[in-house]
Design a protein around this ligand. Structure first.
Ligand SMILES: NC(=O)c1ccc[n+]([C@@H]2O[C@H](COP(=O)([O-])OP(=O)(O)OC[C@H]3O[C@@H](n4cnc5c(N)ncnc54)[C@H](OP(=O)(O)O)[C@@H]3O)[C@@H](O)[C@H]2O)c1
Length: 292
């Protein structure tokens, strides 16, 4: 075989580019996750809900938790009404027995566990010296210990046949932001869990990665009592002022698409990675969200 021609090399490169585009388009293609069992913590609203709906629309069987049973049951009903398969199990990720009940119950319901998206989280916004020890415990118990507990009970179900765990961290873990020290600390902590677990379980075919969303339009960042029109104006401002790259805030569906993309076989060689999906915030130098 001779040296490949310049045209063949360029053609190959173009092929890679088109392949990547095809992968993107395929992330939410119906049937893409058919037969897979996906477990999501905190899918009663926001990014978790969007991800549960997106996985279910691609044929996955989805088991999800959250504390608000009325919302959980409503989302389960609406996914099924759309032809998908989902089961809501009430669980508080701060409580070990509830997390174990959720994980084991999900596996009993669908017979296996292929993909876990450990997403449940809360945010507190206050200056460090004003955060009480109780608030610190609550946020860390949810965002860091909750992820630890989910992984602790999920991994045994993946040891025999492999699997993929994706943790929802935040771009805030790698970019400082005033008034969010407690939250950011928890999001940095889960990145350490992800990297070490990826090394511990790679030989068993378990991949562990984190996604780092940027500012996303969910209840977590929306001040209570704001009307829709004011909120839309605030979002446009937040995007313009704080998202250095794309100049807009993400929708939950955008983050869900990224999770499905990462979960796919195209990223079979990705593990121990913390992937920003943030419109370019991490690439910039600042992230200052003025109080609204
Ligand atoms: N929005 C953003 O700008 C942004 C940016 C980066 C990362 N994130 C991360 O994305 C994740 C989802 O947040 P979101 O923005 O989608 O906000 P959200 O709409 O408030 O969703 C948070 C979800 O977590 C669940 N949750 C909270 N505490 C829980 C607990 N103790 N046990 C079980 N579930 C619990 C909530 O369900 P229940 O209340 O029903 O329990 C809800 O389903 C969080 O980890 C957050 O840190 C968000």
């Amino acid at each position: 075989m001779g040296t490949p021609s310049r045209r063949a090399v360029l053609g190959g490169a173009a092929g890679v580019g088109l392949g990547a585009l095809a992968t993107q388009a395929a992330a939410t293609t119906p049937g893409r996750f058919s037969g897979k069992v996906v477990m999501i913590t905190g899918a009663t609203s926001g990014i978790g809900e969007a991800t549960a709906r997106a996985f279910a629309a691609t044929g996955a069987r989805v088991v999800f938790c959250g504390r608000r049973a009325n919302l959980g049951r409503e989302i389960e009903r609406s996914i099924r009404a759309a032809g998908g398969e989902a089961t809501y199990i009430q669980a508080d990720v701060r409580v070990p027995d509830e997390v174990r009940h959720f994980v084991d119950g999900g596996v009993r319901r669908y017979g296996r566990l292929d993909i876990a998206f450990n997403n449940a989280g809360v945010q507190i916004s206050a200056k460090l010296h004003e955060v009480t020890a109780g608030q610190w415990d609550d946020v860390t118990n949810t965002n860091a210990r909750g992820v630890f507990l989910a992984m602790k009970y999920q991994i045994p179900h993946m040891l025999a046949r492999g699997g993929h765990i994706i943790v929802n961290s935040s771009v805030g873990a790698i970019v400082g932001r005033p008034n969010l020290s407690t939250y950011q600390a928890t999001k940095q902590a889960v990145q350490a869990l992800v990297k070490s677990a990826a090394l511990e379980y790679g030989a068993q075919g378990i991949r562990v990665n984190a996604i780092l969303p940027g500012i996303t339009d969910t209840a977590m960042i929306r001040p209570p009592g704001l009307d829709d029109a004011t909120w839309q104006r605030a979002l446009a401002y937040l995007g313009q002022e704080n998202v250095d790259g794309l100049k807009k805030v993400a929708t939950p569906a955008m983050i869900a698409q990224a999770v499905l993309g990462l979960a796919g076989d195209e990223f079979a060689y990705l593990t121990g990675a913390c992937v920003p999906v943030d419109g370019g915030i991490a690439a910039g130098r600042r992230m200052l969200v003025p109080s609204l």
